[in-house]
Ligand binder design. Structure first.
Ligand code: ZN
Length: 156
């Protein structure tokens, strides 16, 4: 049997209860099981869920975006950047890989920037409130592509 395609709504909160992300008001998120389309700790917890199930799922940082690593924080000379107004909290993509997490500017001095290459959610224990909206079997096209093609299966 092909793996399942699962569609779900979610609200993501941090340990203080602050909402970090939510699918409310948008299409549900859809993924193929086993295709690493969502974080591992969340996928594992949803393996046994069926349409209409609601759950609160706690995912420790280690099974979400990993630990925050000091080695990912570094200083770089401002000359390496095009002149402009770079502020603390700015995020930008570095390198050619669009899927790599953005760098976040932690500190700006006259000559240097301190950058953080950790994923913005690294080191944070996450809580997801999920509601499964639908499950179905993956099509052979989805299997061949290695990802889900949306709730109803329409592709690119
Ligand atoms: Zn595809």
């Amino acid at each position: 049997m092909n793996p399942r395609i699962v569609s779900f709504h979610y609200t993501l909160t941090d340990p203080s209860g602050k909402t970090l992300d939510s699918s409310a008001g948008q299409e549900p998120l859809t993924y193929m099981e086993g295709a690493s389309q969502i974080i591992p700790g969340l996928e594992k917890a949803m393996l046994l869920l069926q349409a209409q199930d609601k759950r609160k799922i706690s995912v420790p940082a280690a099974e979400a975006y990993g630990p925050r690593e000091e080695s990912q924080i570094f200083e770089i000379s401002k000359d390496k950047f095009p002149p402009g107004n770079i502020k603390v909290g700015d995020q930008f993509q570095a390198g050619a890989d669009e899927d790599s997490p953005p760098f976040t500017v932690l500190k700006v001095t006259d000559s240097h920037l301190t950058l953080d290459a950790n994923h913005p959610l690294a080191g944070i224990d996450l809580t997801f409130e999920v509601e499964i909206t639908a499950t179905r079997e993956a099509t052979s096209e989805e299997l061949a592509h290695g990802h889900a093609h949306g709730p109803e299966g329409h592709g690119h």
